[in-house]
Each structure stands twice: as structure tokens, then as C-alpha cells.
Design a binder for this molecule. Structure first.
Ligand code: DGT
Ligand code: CA
Ligand code: CA
Length: 569
């Protein structure tokens, strides 16, 4: 069990206790514990296995340590289950709407008897929400937008949430009786930032035995269907998995079909029709004769195309590019030489500067930039000038100790409402890499927001923009921006846009990355790690970059140290 899963249980518990009007200190204690869990690099499961005392962790006392153990032992928390029985599910669903926390949900329930998203929408449309004390028309608007987001994305899983369970399932299925091959297809194989369900494909000597074995996977909550060659189950975390056992001779055709995307598959099928062929999930046919289907390569060859990487299969020009032999040579994780966005105990990170350095060295990186927050009204846990100077001193010492590994002096500088940086020039000019980032006033008009960000881009000390659109997947909509203008400014100023690799940010998204690349924009791919373990989030950033068609040359942190230093100047 991952720390983030345990943290989610504590956060949910805190929310429900708050709706019930429980003691605020108790509520806060659960939230603090969740924050600790999210930010420590080491899985508590390992700590427990090693016999370590969990109450040495900040914010974790004896009682919470016991609860963590209960979760590790049983996969759940009795206290939370009891609360869930008391509070209806529809009411809990309100919590995932942007602009609504437990306090407001409580008020809505007690005053307007709103207990589900539909009732909330009705009330908002009739302007009953804005009349409540502490709400107002802005909140009402935000709630309506939040309901729309909930309907669109509420049931999708982050790629990073699905990944460990898919890996576990693959490892399990590899031991199924008579299994030959097993692979995940669908949006998961295309590395989409969120997946609706996971589509697994396998070949086997005796398909029914594999199906039977599949339905007995320990994480299965419910078997929706189980035939002789296909089955659908829902896991305990409510992720749905479709498994299909296919014939070896059809594997390539099936893999192509079930990898999708639907629009890509349909476009390929149309090319086949124009060539007098027919493609379906069993193979490629000329008249009644099967001419291909064993491998994906055969399928693409039948329509005179090279294999298109799964990440590009969205019918966004990849077929045309493939036909002209102009597919991008996609960036890989091995191309990355360092990470340019991370936090330490100087601001809100969990690990020390030196631990971050050591972890980066263990990853074979050449350099990192340490980018703790600047302290402003919007960012409480940040550096002031004095703390920054102290950090510079430590960086210089560590540079000597760990040479030739290089540590860039960086900072995630809060961009204020007027576009100016939340840190004095005296400090800024000593930085190698100042990242500008928006942490407040997310709702400015498109014009004002664009102006604000362009002003930051034009600041001589700021080298790049961190998480440029500010979106949180399924939770916070992206900033209203004139993205063309942003790209233009970035290019003119010779700066870069970050692709933030945090699983719930993945900001920029694939579409914007591709658009910016076509305009000649440069990028960094960076983890924004708040603990050393999160430096491995780099792979999610790479997924997103590949979906945005990026090559090694588009990304500044693939450069050698010398070239990067030159670029920054
Ligand atoms: P998801 O699950 O919403 O994240 O997205 P996908 O792409 O995994 O979609 P899913 O699970 O509905 O279907 C998996 C693949 O199967 C999809 O990428 C393409 C193929 N597929 C599904 N339905 C159709 C269809 O009606 N026509 C065609 N041509 N392909 C389909
Ligand atoms: Ca799927
Ligand atoms: Ca599916």
C-alpha cells in the first residue's frame, strides 16, 4: 500500500469529521498526518516491516501510528467505514467539487438540505447559494463550473494511481496457468494523464483458466462478467479492468484495436479501405483472405506506415506525419540529465537539501536546481531573503563536496497579481534559475491573467514558468490565458515553459505542449518534488512530453551542464 493511499483515507476521514462538526483539533491532526504521509519518500509499509516506530514521524502520534497499522493490515479504516455509513455517498460527492470544502458542505446541508450534486446544481442555477452567508455570486459560479468538471472527470483515474495496480495485476497474471503474453492496452498504453478503465490483452493456451484466475485477483471487488475469453471486473479502488484473451495470430491486430484511440483506429481503418483492405480486431483482410495481424508492425505495414508510438495515437496529425516519414524522435527518460524544480526543508519539502542532492546523484543526474518557494501572502512556507542567503551558502558547500555534480541556485518565485516577482531583486540576481509560478488569483480575466504572466516572463531574472496553467486534474480548471501570446513571449525572451510532472498537475497538458513546440518554445520537464522519492515522478513528465511530440532537443534539461549554463545566460 502506498503512502498516498493511506493519506487519502486520512483526508477523507478529516473531511467527514468536519462535516459532522467534530473537534477541529482532531480534524487538523488527521490532515497533518496525511500531509506527512504524502511527503515522506519512504513507504510506511516498509518502515513497519522493518519494525520502525511510526510515531517518530512529524504529526504522527501513538493513536495515528495504530491507525496506519490498521490500514496496512486490513486495507481500510473501521472509523472511516463507520462514518461513511452515517453520511450518504451523494453528500460526500459534494466534497470533490471545486470551491466546496467540508465547512461549506455542512452549511449547504443544514440550511438548504442539499445532499447531492444535482440538488446543488438546481440551487446554484436558482441563485439560492449566493444568498447564503459566506458564499456570494462568485462562489456560486465556481460551484457550477465545479459540477461540470465533476461530471467530466470525476470517475477517471490518474495515470499514476492506475500504474502500480496495473503493474501488480500484470505480475499476478504472469503466473496464470498457461499464460503466454500479457500487456495493458487502451489509454493506459497511450500514457494518457487519466484513464477511464484499463484494457488488458493476453494470449494463453487455455483462455478460460486465465479468466478464472483473473477474477480471483486479490484486489477484485466485483466480477461484472466472466466469459470464456473476456471478463470485466471492478477493483476495490473502483478501477474497472477489462481482460481479453485473443488468438496469437490476431495479437497485433487486437493490440492495435484496443490501444486506440478510437479516432486513430478509425482513421487507420479508413486508409485500409482506400487500399482495398479491411482491418478489424482480428486482422487485416484482402477479400476474405487474412494478410496481416500477428504484430502491430504488420498492421501498420499493411497501410504502408511505420509503427506509430502509442502516445501519439490521438489522430492529431500523427498519421500524416508517419506517411511523410516525419514522426518525431520522441524524448525518453534516459535523455534527462537533471531536475530543475524541487523543494527542500528550507520551504515545504520533507527532505534536506543534501538528501535531494544524493538522490539526484543516485539517479545519475549531472545537475539539479533547488527551487524552494519564495515567501509571500499566497505561499506561507517559503524563503525570505535571509533564509535564501543561508541556502546559497549551503549550496556552495555542497557543490564542493559533490563536484562535478552541479547544484543550481534556484527558486520558485511567486508571481504576484500585477506580474511582479514576490522576492527582492538583490536575491533574484544571485539565482541561476528563478521559476515564476502563479499561486493565487486564479480567476483573473483572460486579458489580465495573460498580461500578468507575460510581465513575469519579461522579468530579466525569471528563466522559466512553472506549472504554467495552474490546473489540478479534476479539481481546478486551468487559468484563462491567451496561450499563443504566452508562447510568443517565451520565445522572444529565450525562456522556457515547464512540464510539471506531479501526477495531478501534468501541466502543461499534451495538446498545449504540441502547440507550443510548433511555435518553437523550449521546455523543462521537472518533478516539483516535495520529497526525495518524488524525483522519480520524472517518468510522468516524460509520458506527457511524448504525448506532446517532444524530442530531446526541445527540452532544456537534456542539455549538458555547459550548454545549459550558456542557455540560462
Ligand atoms: P479510457 O478508458 O476512457 O481512458 O480510454 P480508452 O482509449 O482506453 O477507451 P476504451 O477503454 O473505451 O476502449 C479501449 C480501446 O478500444 C479504444 O482506445 C479503441 C477501442 N475501441 C473501443 N470502442 C471502440 C469503437 O466503438 N470503435 C473502435 N474503432 N474502437 C473502439
Ligand atoms: Ca480504457
Ligand atoms: Ca475498456
Amino acid at each position: 500500500m502506498q503512502n498516498r493511499e493511506i493519506a487519502a483515507i486520512f483526508n477523507e476521514l478529516a473531511d467527514l469529521l468536519e462535516i459532522k462538526g467534530e473537534n477541529p483539533f482532531k480534524v487538523r491532526a488527521y490532515r497533518n498526518a496525511a500531509r506527512t504521509l504524502e511527503s515522506i519518500g519512504k513507504p510506511v509499509e516498509e518502515m513497519v516491516a522493518e519494525g520502525k516506530d511510526l510515531s517518530i514521524l512529524p504529526g504522527i502520534g501513538k493513536d495515528l501510528a495504530e491507525k496506519i497499522k490498521e490500514i496496512l493490515r486490513t486495507g481500510k479504516l473501521q472509523k472511516l467505514d463507520n462514518l461513511k455509513k452515517e453520511i450518504p455517498e451523494a453528500l460526500r460527492a459534494l466534497l470533490s467539487i471545486e470551491g466546496l470544502g467540508p465547512k461549506r458542505v455542512k452549511v449547504l446541508y443544514e440550511t438548504l438540505h442539499i445532499s447531492d450534486p444535482d440538488a446543488l446544481k438546481e440551487a446554484a442555477l436558482h441563485h439560492e447559494i449566493s444568498k447564503l452567508p459566506g458564499f456570494g455570486p462568485k462562489t456560486e459560479e465556481k460551484i457550477l463550473k465545479g459540477i461540470r468538471l465533476l461530471k467530466q472527470e470525476g470517475v477517471r483515474f490518474l495515470f499514476a494511481e492506475a500504474e502500480p495496480i496495473v503493474e501488480e495485476l500484470i505480475a499476478y497474471l504472469q503466473k496464470a496457468p498457461g499464460i503466454l503474453t500479457i500487456e495493458a492496452a487502451g489509454s493506459f498504453r497511450r500514457k494518457k494523464e487519466t484513464v477511464g478503465d484499463v484494457d488488458m490483452l493476453c494470449t494463453a493456451k487455455e483462455p478460460p483458466k486465465v479468466i478464472d484466475y483473473f477474477t480471483k485477483f486479490s484486489q477484485v471487488l466485483e466480477v461484472i462478467s466472466a466469459g470464456t475469453t473476456r471478463s470485466t471486473v471492478v477493483l476495490k479502488n473502483s478501477l474497472q479492468i477489462d481482460l481479453r484473451v485473443v488468438e496469437k495470430e490476431s495479437y497485433g491486430a487486437a493490440l492495435h484495436y484496443f490501444t486506440g484511440s478510437k479516432t486513430h483506429v478509425i482513421a487507420i481503418r479508413q486508409i485500409a479501405i482506400d487500399l482495398g483492405l479491411k482491418i478489424n480486431e482480428y486482422g487485416v483482410y484482402q477479400k476474405e483472405q487474412k494478410v496481416a495481424g500477428l504484430t502491430e508492425k504488420d498492421v501498420y505495414e499493411s497501410v504502408h506506415l511505420p509503427v506509430i508510438p502509442p502516445e501519439l495515437r490521438e489522430n492529431r496529425g500523427e498519421i500524416e506525419a508517419a506517411a511523410k516519414n516525419r514522426l518525431p524522435n520522441l524524448i525518453t527518460l534516459e535523455d534527462i540529465r537533471g531536475d530543475l524544480h524541487m523543494h527542500t526543508t528550507y520551504s515545504d519539502g520533507m527532505d534536506t537539501l543534501e538528501t535531494m542532492v544524493k538522490t539526484a546523484i543516485a539517479k545519475n543526474y549531472t545537475y539539479i536546481a533547488v527551487t524552494d518557494h519564495s515567501a509571500t501572502l499566497a505561499v506561507v512556507k517559503g524563503l525570505d531573503a535571509q533564509k535564501a542567503l543561508k541556502q546559497f551558502e549551503e549550496i556552495e558547500k555542497l557543490r564542493e563536496r559533490y563536484a562535478p555534480f552541479h547544484i543550481f541556485k534556484g527558486m520558485e518565485v511567486d508571481i504576484l497579481e500585477d506580474g511582479s516577482p514576490g522576492m527582492e531583486d538583490d536575491i533574484l540576481k544571485q539565482l541561476d534559475i528563478a521559476l515564476g509560478a502563479i499561486h493565487s488569483k486564479f480567476k483573473l480575466t483572460r486579458k489580465a491573467q495573460t498580461k500578468r504572466l507575460i510581465k513575469a516572463i519579461q522579468n530579466p531574472y525569471i528563466k522559466g514558468i512553472a506549472h504554467p496553467t495552474g490546473r489540478l486534474i479534476g479539481k481546478r480548471a486551468p487559468l484563462e490565458l491567451d496561450f499563443k501570446e504566452i508562447c510568443k513571449a517565451i520565445k522572444e525572451e529565450g525562456k522556457f515553459l515547464e512540464i510539471n510532472a506531479q501526477p495531478e498537475r501534468l501541466d502543461l497538458n499534451d495538446v498545449l505542449i504540441k502547440e507550443a513546440r510548433e511555435k518553437g518554445v523550449k521546455f523543462s520537464i521537472a518533478t516539483d518534488a516535495h520529497a526525495s522519492g518524488q524525483l522519480s515522478y520524472m517518468r510522468y513528465g516524460i509520458n506527457q512530453a511524448r504525448r506532446g511530440w517532444l524530442e530531446k532537443e526541445d527540452v532544456v534539461n537534456t542539455k549538458s551542464l555547459e550548454t545549459l549554463v550558456k542557455f540560462l545566460k
